[in-house]
Design a protein. Sequence first.
Length: 402
Amino acid sequence: MRNLFAMARRIISQIVRDKRTLALLIVAPLLILTLVWYIFGAKASEPNLAIIHYDSSDYMSAFAKNDYKRMTPLQARQALADKKIDAYVDLKNPVKVHLEGSDPQRNGLAMSKIQKSMQKVQAITVSAMKDELTDVIKAQKKGMQAEQQTIAQMSKAMQIYAPGALAQITQNAPKVEEPDSPQKPEKVTLDVSYLHANDDLNTFDAFGPAMVGIFVFLFIFMIGGVSFLRERTTGTLDRLMASPMKNYQIIWGYMIGFGLFVIVQSFLLTCYIVYVLQIYNVGHLLDVLIIVFILSFSALSLSILLSTFASNELQMFQFIPLVIVPQIFLSGLFPIDTLPGWVQAIGNLMPIHYSTEALRNIMIRGSGFSDWWLDGFILILFSAVFITINILFIRRQRPLTS
């Protein structure tokens, strides 16, 4: 036990003296997470739109000046080519939309706004049809009034010259019942409720649980792997293996020594994202910290294992596209339920997948221990497997020269 803690103290003092490692471990994740918060938490920008052929159009009132620039056809085509506007609307009948088209996100924003204006156009069209129908009805009423006047004059004449025939016609005429007045429809209101979260949930709030796991795993993987690789390249690991220290003491000593900084990083990162960036969180902070701590040790144990297959720092960083990038795509940051079954199976073999699910249950759904314990247990199992393999393989490493 004395050897184990001596090993841990040496690792701690070594990291404390390396200011760049401390900065990369503590400061860098906070800076990058802040940048991501600004990007995903920002409101969507408004599209730049214009209209042409608006002078003689009845629909111009549906396209407000604040939202649509007034341009000539030549100006609009040139502005679209120069990417100064995202789309322009030709108000000739039929109405046509011309999109710039190179950015799908901008296309979606432009079409969303244009569709809202087209709803107003439809309302204007319906109003015009209603006015036209009203004029037709008025004309018909005038015609009917003229006919009624003619009939009244004829009845008056018959009353004077043929009263018997008029009485017989009146007696045989069918009675016309007055139609019931139509009831005014009741106003329908839409009552929206949420099982989890609310309508204030933004993109960063939804991505936040996954981003916490990704950043913790990424930085600990890089620093832990490179630090252990340095132990090999400088010959320190060879001297340790020549000492009376056991395999497990070397691995656990390193895990404890570096684990102290892992805990500090996880605590700072979690508090920063919850209290400073104010990500949506309805769960207990302690539950969040437990999952982040467990994931951190999974990343550390995996980085130590993979560092045995690298001869220098460059080779260690080459593992990132193979180990980190697939976990980002399959972590739950993006929907994977429509992917092929074998791809989903690969995602189930990655630690970040389980941390994302657990953190999302805690932070967004407000779940307790009973809902995330299985994900936490699987993360612990990952760490146990990686540590066991490290202990078994440590003496098979060939010494490297710096």
